[in-house]
Design a protein. Structure first.
Length: 87
């Protein structure tokens, strides 16, 4: 009887951990897609040229920072570009 109770507790615990990981993963994916979309919008409308700087471009480092960093990553790239540091 106690082994069945332990098995039920373990199954509930595994399901709770899986739910948490899937929830966190979906947030990361949404953030990555938004970051890449923001990079596309910035370059498509040439928004960086409005402040007198060149566009960010689509280099490997830029895309990786946008995908991994998401929206904060693109904000860091914009600030670095404004201050004259290009990647």
């Amino acid at each position: 009887m106690s082994s069945i109770l332990i098995a039920i507790i373990l199954i509930v615990l595994i399901l709770a951990i899986a739910y948490y990981l899937i929830k966190q993963f979906s947030v990361l994916v949404i953030n990555a897609v938004l970051g890449f979309f923001l990079l596309f919008i910035l370059n498509f409308f040439h928004i960086m040229e409005w402040v007198g700087k060149p566009d960010l471009g689509y280099g490997l480092a830029t895309i990786l920072i946008c995908i991994v960093g998401g929206v904060p990553g693109i904000l860091i790239l914009v600030l670095l570009n404004i201050f004259g540091i290009t990647i």
